[in-house]
Design a binder for this molecule. Structure first.
Ligand SMILES: C[S@@+](CC[C@H](N)C(=O)[O-])C[C@H]1O[C@@H](n2cnc3c(N)ncnc32)[C@H](O)[C@@H]1O
Length: 299
């Protein structure tokens, strides 16, 4: 598939930002943000998310952490709250600005967000203790180049903490390949069918399509992390409500039965429908997210 133009990628993420977060961010006060960060951490702990499992929150104080693709900045703000010296780089200017605004609101000294590209990071070699990226590097055209950059800017012994989409998952095969790829025939007609099948959402009808998504097998992850050491990967994130058609009914039941968690507001623009214990267990076997950590060898 030809590489999408960076401007198309930026236009998509800007439109999704406007739709998902603009009104959440508009009225945000410092007190709201600090309370929302407590909720976010609590939600991540329930889900055993990368941001609290692979990310050593208790050891972040004073560490130089780079987040690639912070989106509206919820994860970066959480790490800043735990004392990390954050640098956050997003290709989409609106998202870099939203992240910077959160740092300023919380008075996070030494934390900054800027516009930049994962494939050409504007930092010297060996700069960061941790590079964190949640659901971003599968949306950039040259993922290998982005990983070479992650490696380059990490200090020797530094840690990469990365979430990428998982191909060996229920969501990929049952919710997307079967109904969209095969039954709707898009696998054979549209080279970007996977991009269009992922990353929908927001309060407004989407008018800009997501230009790019990749999913990875375990071997694909091992290839991307060649040169790193101490690689760990585990699956997570399974939702019945993503099953086409029937999922909508389940979502209503799920919200009635398990409720919603306010921790979703900063990162999804709305409360998160709480996963059932069964979904959490299934996520470990066939979830759509690889939670990955690896180290750059010390020389
Ligand atoms: C799915 S959102 C993830 C946002 C955030 N990490 C989160 O989990 O809430 C993807 C983000 O990656 C950014 N992005 C996409 N390609 C990028 C690239 N090459 N370099 C830096 N950021 C990129 C987009 O602008 C968007 O904000």
């Amino acid at each position: 598939m030809p590489a999408p133009a960076k401007s198309d990628i930026q236009a998509f993420w800007k439109s999704l930002y406007d739709s998902l977060y603009e009104d959440v961010d508009a009225g945000l006060t410092r007190a709201d943000l600090m309370a929302a960060l407590d909720d976010l951490e609590d939600m991540f702990r329930y889900r055993e998310h990368l941001a609290v499992v692979e990310m050593p929150l208790a050891e972040l104080a004073g560490k130089k952490v780079l987040e690639i693709g912070p989106g509206a900045g919820g994860h970066s703000a959480l790490f800043a709250k735990h004392g990390a010296r954050m640098t956050s780089v997003d290709l989409t200017n609106a998202r870099a600005r939203a992240t910077e605004a959160k740092f300023r609101l919380m008075g996070a000294e030494g934390c900054h967000a800027l516009q930049g590209d994962a494939e050409n990071l504007p930092f010297a070699d060996d700069s960061f203790d941790i590079v964190y990226s949640n659901g971003v590097l599968h949306h950039t055209a040259d993922t290998e180049k982005a990983f070479a950059e992650v490696y380059r800017v990490l200090k020797p012994g530094g840690k990469a903490v990365i979430l990428l989409y998982c191909k060996s998952s229920w969501h990929y095969w049952i919710n997307m390949v079967l109904p969209v790829g095969i039954l709707q025939g898009k696998l054979f007609k549209d080279r970007n069918w996977l991009g269009k099948a992922t990353e929908w959402g927001g309060k407004n009808r989407q008018t800009v399509a997501n230009p790019f998504t990749r999913c990875y097998t375990a071997d694909g992850i091992r290839r991307l992390f060649q040169g790193f050491e101490s690689l760990t990967m585990r699956k997570g994130e399974f939702y019945w409500y993503l099953v086409p058609k029937l999922g909508r009914l389940y979502r209503k039941y799920q919200i009635k039965r398990y409720g919603t968690h306010p921790g979703g507001v900063l990162v999804y623009g709305e409360p998160w429908p709480i996963q059932s214990p069964l979904e959490l267990a299934l996520g470990k076997i066939m979830g759509f997210a690889w939670h990955i950590s690896a180290r750059k060898p010390t020389r």
